[in-house]
Design a protein around this ligand. Structure first.
Ligand SMILES: Nc1ncnc2c1ncn2[C@@H]1O[C@H](COP(=O)(O)OP(=O)(O)O)[C@@H](O)[C@H]1O
Ligand SMILES: [Mg+2]
Length: 314
């Protein structure tokens, strides 16, 4: 994966790398990226407004990390095609803390000045890790390590925060807590955010706008007008179904529209024509579905999903 080759710290943060115009945090025009014969990003356009929270979905290998690395400045791009703020920070799926440096020194890696411990302490307090300033990374839980990675991003006061599946390796409860934390940090600091995720529910819970990357382009845009905190009501479900459809994930049909299936006598059930249940936890079309008539919206590759969907997304 491309992200494995990225530096351990956030993207270069020099002010002179700022090329964004004042009315957009990110502006991409006609950007293409090839690896050998393979075109991963094709004539791509993207705008992110200052302070906007955008989620990016797409199948595994669709180029999400490639786009994020480009916006982070980790891959070179022509300035006339890709403009971003100078102050950027990245959080990856793995926290990338240097094990031989205490947590606070990891937070301020690369920062200059005599106030770095104070800065680190403030950022760690903001993510609820004020008591772990002098801890070694190996003693942190997965959630704590990822909060430390968020603190490392925060201390750089980014105008653009790039998150590449940052919660994918966390358990469900920790992930929900991280969602709340990211939202509160975003409200307090108002960076533009690009969150790459394979979790449709996560995208809907957090983002102002959701994009789907397919065939090298941003094929779908959905604005999320729901008030936060977002509960899984009818609008949430409808948006989730649309997004999963865009991602090519087979959807269980509502019970009254599901196709009739013949149940043979040998099946141990009452034989005859019947509709497969899309509710009550039965399997539909080979997918386990939960009691809400659908899976949990997580698309393969997370450590936390309950329904194997095989969508090939990461
Ligand atoms: N440095 C690289 N060299 C060659 N191919 C790459 C490199 N980085 C990514 N790719 C290829 O580009 C495609 C998109 O990768 P990536 O952006 O990591 O996808 P995603 O994050 O959506 O899963 C994949 O086919 C991947 O193998
Ligand atoms: Mg990726």
């Amino acid at each position: 994966m491309a992200s494995n080759t990225a530096p351990l710290t956030a993207a270069p943060l020099t002010a002179d790398s700022s090329t964004a115009s004042s009315d957009a945090a990110v502006r991409v025009r006609g950007f293409s990226r090839r690896f050998g014969d393979v075109t991963v990003l094709r004539d791509l356009d993207l705008d992110i407004a200052p302070g906007e929270f955008v989620a990016l979905l797409g199948r595994s290998g669709s180029g999400k990390t490639t786009l994020l690395r480009t916006l982070a400045g980790l891959d070179a791009a022509p300035a006339e095609q890709v403009s971003t703020p100078g102050a950027r920070a990245v959080v990856f799926q793995e926290p990338r803390l240097l094990p031989w440096k205490k947590v606070w020194r990891n937070i301020t890696l690369g920062l200059k000045g005599g106030r770095t411990r104070l800065q680190a302490t403030a950022a760690l307090e903001e993510v609820g890790l004020g008591h772990r300033v002098d801890a070694w990374p190996a003693t942190l839980s997965g959630g704590e390590a990822q909060r430390a990675a968020l603190a490392r991003a925060l201390v750089r006061e980014p105008q653009l925060l790039l998150l590449d599946e940052p919660f994918a390796a966390l358990d469900a409860l920790t992930r929900l807590r991280m969602h709340q934390l990211v939202l509160s940090l975003w409200r307090a600091h108002r960076p533009a955010v690009l969150l790459v995720t394979h979790d449709v529910d996560e995208a809907i819970a957090l983002a102002d706008r959701i994009l789907v990357l397919a065939d090298g382009r941003l094929a779908v845009e959905e604005k999320v007008a729901l008030a936060r905190p977002r509960e899984a009501g009818p609008e949430f479900q409808a948006l989730r179904r649309r997004l999963l459809g865009h991602l090519g994930v087979e959807q269980p049909l509502p019970r009254d529209t599901a196709p009739l299936t013949f149940i043979p006598p040998a099946a141990g059930l009452r034989p005859g024509w019947n509709r497969p249940a899309a509710v009550n936890g039965h399997a539909v079309n080979g997918h386990a579905v939960n009691g809400h008539g659908g899976h949990n919206g997580v698309l393969n590759g997370g450590a936390h999903h309950s329904a194997p969907l095989g969508g090939g997304l990461s």
